[in-house]
Design a protein around this ligand. Structure first.
Ligand SMILES: [Zn+2]
Length: 311
């Protein structure tokens, strides 16, 4: 499932290719992609618009258009946004072989929407599971639309103190805490595991039990895990392909994710274990990832309490 590094990779690759080009036609081939707006209605609104940029917020792709509107797309589980050159070789990227005449590529079978650019190139939104979606919105309404989305982890606002603020009082395990998009935006199952390993924190530790040194370690772990993912062009465990249709390489560089039974890549003798947290496979080293205890509540009338009770 694409997370921040995968979406960021696509945006960085495609933005320079698309910027300044007009969309001659948007053909929406699956009504689920644009619902509740009808495919033809969305197509008509986008046709003829010039692309000003391709950005990202959380796991959303933001295709900025002239006329102060943005086409927001979410890849969900298996969506891909890929640039297709008109004279590209007819090789099926999934099969790695040249196709018979008239045979459709895997991409064509799963094509949900097709942008035809003014120079003949196309951008395809393919999606086998069909959970991907898109909507057009006025730029002025974007902040409100994303008001429940949390802090961008690669922005300067994502400090250790900010992380502590978000985690304060939360009993949820750290793994679930990282997956919650209203706290930190863009982290999913893979990078949550990688971040917790880097921070030496057990995925079942209650989020609110972190102390300032843990906020710092987790902030650093999240940033390092996401940057490693971007550096590797994302992870392709299943369907993810980058903006050029290529697989990412992060799956070869995972520290703990999908590494059950393998020796800990850190300095300890632990073996990576797999557990299920919030219904998601979670990989960690039980030896070097510390399980924090719930912080004991301060009792009334304790002699050494630093803040005296008011009543
Ligand atoms: Zn370890």
């Amino acid at each position: 499932m694409p997370e921040l590094p995968e979406v960021e990779t696509v945006a960085r690759q495609l933005e320079p290719e698309l910027e300044g080009h007009a969309i001659e036609k948007l053909e929406v081939r699956d009504k689920r992609w644009s619902r509740p707006v009808r495919p033809a209605t969305l197509g008509k609104k986008v046709d003829g618009r010039t692309i000003l940029g391709l950005g990202r917020r959380g796991k959303y792709l933001l295709l900025s258009l002239d006329g102060d509107q943005t086409l927001v797309m979410h890849l969900r589980m298996t969506g891909n946004l890929v640039l297709v050159e008109p004279e590209g070789e007819i090789i099926d990227p999934s099969e790695g072989r040249i196709l018979y005449q008239g045979e459709r590529t895997t991409e064509e079978k799963h094509l949900r929407a097709r942008f035809v650019l003014d120079d003949g190139r196309e951008v395809w939104f393919t999606d086998p599971r069909r959970f991907g979606e898109a909507f057009l919105i006025d730029d002025a309404k974007l902040p409100e639309r994303f008001s429940r989305l949390g802090v961008e982890p690669l922005s300067p606002e994502f400090t250790a103190e900010k992380l502590g603020e978000i985690a304060a009082g939360k009993k949820a395990p750290l793994k679930s805490f990282l997956l919650d998009q209203s706290g930190i935006a863009g982290v999913g199952n893979i990078y949550a595991d990688e971040a917790l390993f880097r921070a030496h924190l057990h995925p079942l530790s209650p989020a609110g039990s972190m102390k300032p040194e843990h906020w710092e370690a987790l902030r650093d772990g999240v940033v390092a895990a996401l940057e490693a993912g971007i550096d590797a062009g994302g992870s392709s465990i299943d369907d993810y392909r980058d903006g050029r249709g290529e697989k990412g390489r992060m799956q070869e560089r995972f520290l703990v994710h999908t590494r059950e039974g393998q020796p800990c890549p850190g300095d300890c003798d632990g073996i990576v274990e797999r557990i299920v947290v919030s219904g998601r496979s979670t990989y960690f080293c039980p030896t070097c990832q510390v399980k924090l205890r719930k912080r004991p509540k301060r009792r009334k009338g304790r002699k050494h309490a630093s803040v005296p009770d008011r009543d």
